[in-house]
Design a protein around this ligand. Structure first.
Ligand SMILES: [Fe+2]
Length: 234
């Protein structure tokens, strides 16, 4: 979806004048315009690639919010986790994050390309939770602008008045809370404090981008590797 289409109710001009870096906004959608971005089936396929036969592993991007609120990172944490331990964490309410995952399908890849016509290089982090009141990150701020695509499930958002650098996360004060659903979009300016509560199982995708630095980032094409014969009915 083109950036202009995505933010159509606001428009490009107003986005840059009133919102960019200054103010969050929500665009509600009656139908789930993000349903092709990531599915529970794709999540299931991804998670089943953890430690295949105890040796092979294809999940380097996985992160988990542990019951104590700390983050376990597949790539960087010193301790390893088995498939069984991860399943237990998932069923116990830990949120899972598939970071740097825009390459997992064509829809997310192309979406990043569209954003990169207006921003610098970016990525998609996919946030998944199994249930209501899942363990999520506490109040924090991100160093880049964030566009949250709500793909599946209900989430309550807490937006705070302050930005990182103005006060610590413990000192910030609530500006607004709202609930978002399938197909809704949320823009969060960089450094603005925020957090979520899950109200059901959910998939949400955070597309976030560096600022445009004058040199457009040219993302590679998504090639079509499918044998033509099959699709031409031969
Ligand atoms: Fe965040």
């Amino acid at each position: 979806m083109k950036f202009e289409e995505l933010i159509a109710p606001i428009g490009l001009e107003r986005f840059y004048d009133e919102y960019k870096g200054k103010k969050h906004f929500v665009i509600k959608s009656k139908k789930n315009i993000f349903k092709n971005h990531f599915s529970w089936k794709e999540f299931d396929n991804y998670l089943n690639q953890i430690k295949i036969n105890g040796v092979w592993d294809r999940t380097p991007q996985l992160q988990v919010v542990l019951p104590n609120g700390e983050k376990w990172c597949k790539k960087k944490s010193p301790t390893e986790k088995t498939r069984e331990e991860l399943l237990e964490l998932w069923q116990g309410g830990s949120s899972f994050i598939l970071t740097l995952s825009e390459f997992l399908n064509e829809t997310m890849w192309n979406q990043c390309r569209e954003f990169e016509k207006h921003y610098g290089i970016g990525q998609a982090n996919i946030y998944c939770s199994n249930q209501k009141d899942a363990k999520c990150f506490g109040i924090h701020a991100d160093s880049t602008d964030n566009f949250l695509f709500h793909v599946s499930g209900k989430i309550r958002w807490y937006m705070y008045k302050e930005y990182a650098g103005q006060c610590s996360p413990q000192e910030c004060t609530i500006e607004e809370t709202f609930e978002l659903d399938d197909g809704d979009l949320l823009y969060i300016p960089k450094k603005k404090y925020h957090r979520v509560d899950t109200l059901s199982p959910r998939i949400s995708i955070s597309f976030h981008f560096r600022e445009f630095d004058g040199k457009p980032y040219i993302r590679k094409e998504w090639y079509d590797w499918k044998p033509e014969e099959i699709y031409n009915g031969r």
